[in-house]
Design a protein around this ligand. Sequence first.
Ligand code: NAI
Ligand code: MG
Length: 342
Amino acid sequence: AKRRIVLLPGDGIGPEIMASARAVLERLGEFEFEEHLVGGASIDRYGTPLTDQTLAACKRADAVLLAAVGGPKWDTTDPQAPRPEQGLLRLRRELGLFANLRPVRPLPALLDASPLKREVVEGCDLLVVRELTGGIYFGERGREGERAYDTCVYTVGEIERIARVAFRSARRRVTSIDKANVLETSRLWREVVERVGRQEFPHLELEHMLVDNAAMQLVANPRQFDVILAENMFGDILSDEAAMLTGSLGMLPSASLGEPGKPGLFEPVHGSAPDIAGQGIANPLAMLGSVVLMLRHGLAMADQAARLQSAIERALEEGLRTRDLGGSATTEEATRAVLAHL
Ligand code: NAI
Ligand code: MG
């Protein structure tokens, strides 16, 4: 049967880069597409950033591809007004997307885009696996007079399932991040990751690293990492830090995955770039990188994923540069340059 993909272009540059993704997918295979509004576009049409219908379509899909949501038009101080990003949060929650994957691989053709020295980033190829639905971002919080508190909670089950995602993604080593010298959740994290690794993935190397050291190692010697496994907040911070190894926001894809057999959500890391929306100059490569992740992790189409990835790299080697990379290629020209190598 044809794979069913829900496309959510969203706002700002979203529709422009989604057109690029669709053109590439049409070249790569036979898919059944269903396109829906999300974010600000959905608020304008239906009064809500995610309709029940769109959500139901996403749940039925084999994978969901999202561009970006948001923009100044929907930035309001009215707490009652619907907001575009609520749609995205609800989608993540409803699809049970507990694993966020961010590959960071500075491409040889773009090494000079990184603020770090070439010798430091060259050859670096790592994946951050971040737990997305637990920890301090979801624990009880509150205020009592002069006091405020947040609580960090993790269960054995939550740690086991994200650890398995990390081990399955690793080629040789998992570096598990924690603060086990201080935090009890970190001590449980370390125990559970250790057990899952020993029992289920004995062929892989497992190393534990305290988060403060990891923050330093990421910029001092990023090549030592293969897969970085982290709880929600540590992963949030370290993945933004790791993103700077490549230098350009317009290049970074991400995947959010739930239980096996449930659809994943694939989206670029960047937002809707309202400052350049409608001009046809957005860099579509983070979007196309998200298509690579969708093919590989969401649709089990590893060959097509590899073909698209190498087409992107060859187009860059031949000099493809959109404006954010210091060139002048339009979104359409960039898309054609990638298509030419498929
Ligand atoms: P942004 O990522 O949209 O833009 C930051 C800067 O990077 C801008 O100068 C933009 O032009 C540039 N940029 C981003 N993507 C680009 C691309 N593909 N090609 C070329 N240049 C690119 O972040 P910003 O400005 O903070 O947020 C804009 C809107 O996007 C806000 O409403 C925000 O809430 C939303 N947003 C949505 C996200 C999502 O849908 N997952 C994530 C982050 C922000
Ligand atoms: Mg962040």
